[in-house]
Design a protein around this ligand. Structure first.
Ligand code: TRP
Length: 327
């Protein structure tokens, strides 16, 4: 049976952290066995918010791809490519821009949220409003059937489906396919302070953090605020450290939760232990990472290979799109 096709992407705006591993990369590494996968560094999307100071992006592109591979994305099974190296994304973006009503974009909940949250960034631009149109083009130019994403991206997928339907009905075609979301099983992974793990909150454990830094960071984690003394019973269901056990040491989670709720283990010991577990988990990733980083040309070759595969497929689909329009 022919494998279904997947397209997903990540913006190269910084180093990757545990949130990326739990929310995306772990999932990508599993999916590539059952799907034909295209994984993209979404550098155009990054530029839409980072255009004032984009000079570090080039470095993040390489660094992120290195992390993807170190976390199990396979060069043989999947195509790893860079959005701006595959021209058809922008071609379809331009085509779709002609037929997407402004209201759809102005009403998009992620757009309204970003305008509220990213006040320090001037994103009231023409380009940023069109962010979801480019994302739709990314997906539709592969005729991707499935898109692994986090919950936060669902409005963009819904828009993608609406845009595909509008295109298909305008030109009486079926060339653009309705994609389905593939949500990660662990949708919300929180940072050291209990908020969403994010660079801008300075609450991340990075995949590249040293052992000492991981130790220091885990010891600083916020635990159950109601547990003040060691003899107080804890509430593991309300403790972020406990959710780290759930992800990184599920076999210990029940035991630790039980001990915590009976005050048989203190937060310090609990955090020390999860710190050790994280260090152990990150160690093979970092080993692979360091090896890859020592041969940058190899990474460039991997990207070139992915670009080629992506260019081949998308130029054929772009030709069909134009044909459907009578262009
Ligand atoms: N907007 C996505 C994010 O911030 C990144 C992205 C760009 C993407 N194009 C995509 C994700 C296409 C899935 C499919 O996470």
């Amino acid at each position: 049976m022919k494998k279904k096709r997947i397209l997903s992407g990540m913006r190269p705006t910084g180093k990757l952290h545990l949130g990326h591993l739990v929310g995306a990369l772990g999932n990508w590494a599993v999916l590539q066995d059952d799907y034909e996968c295209f994984f993209m560094v979404a550098d155009w999307h990054a530029l839409m918010s980072e255009y004032v100071n984009p000079s570090k992006m080039k470095e993040y592109v390489i660094d992120n791809v290195v992390d993807w591979i170190s976390c199990g994305v396979s060069v043989d099974k999947s195509a790893i490519f860079v959005q701006s190296d595959v021209g058809a994304h922008l071609d379809l973006f331009a085509i779709l821009s002609c037929l997407v009503p402004l209201g759809w974009l102005q009403r998009c909940p992620t757009y309204k949220e970003q305008l509220r949250e990213l006040k320090q960034k001037e994103i009231t631009t023409y380009g940023f409003l069109g962010y979801p149109v480019l994302q739709a083009a990314d997906i539709l130019i592969y005729q991707a059937e499935c898109v692994p994403i986090g919950e936060d991206q669902l409005p963009h997928l819904e828009l993608t489906r609406e845009i595909a339907r509008r295109f298909n009905s305008l030109y009486k075609t079926k060339v653009l396919r309705d994609p389905q979301p593939l949500l990660t099983s662990f949708p919300r992974f929180l940072g050291l302070d209990g908020r969403k793990m994010s660079k801008s909150y300075d609450n991340c454990i990075y995949l590249s953090d040293s052992k000492d830094l991981v130790k220091k960071k885990t010891m600083s984690m916020i635990t159950d605020p109601k547990r003040i003394k060691l003899t107080d019973n804890g509430h593991p269901d309300k403790c972020n450290v406990c959710s780290y056990y759930k992800v990184f040491a599920p076999e210990l989670k029940e035991e630790v939760a039980k001990k915590c709720s009976h005050a048989e283990i203190g937060c310090t010991d609990c955090k020390r232990k999860i710190g050790d577990i994280l260090i152990e988990r990150l160690s093979p990733i970092q080993e692979k990472r360091n090896k890859l980083l020592s041969d940058k040309q190899q990474i460039l070759d991997i990207i070139n290979k992915g670009n080629k595969k992506a260019n081949q497929l998308t130029s054929a689909i772009l030709a069909d799109v134009k044909k459907a329009m009578g262009l």
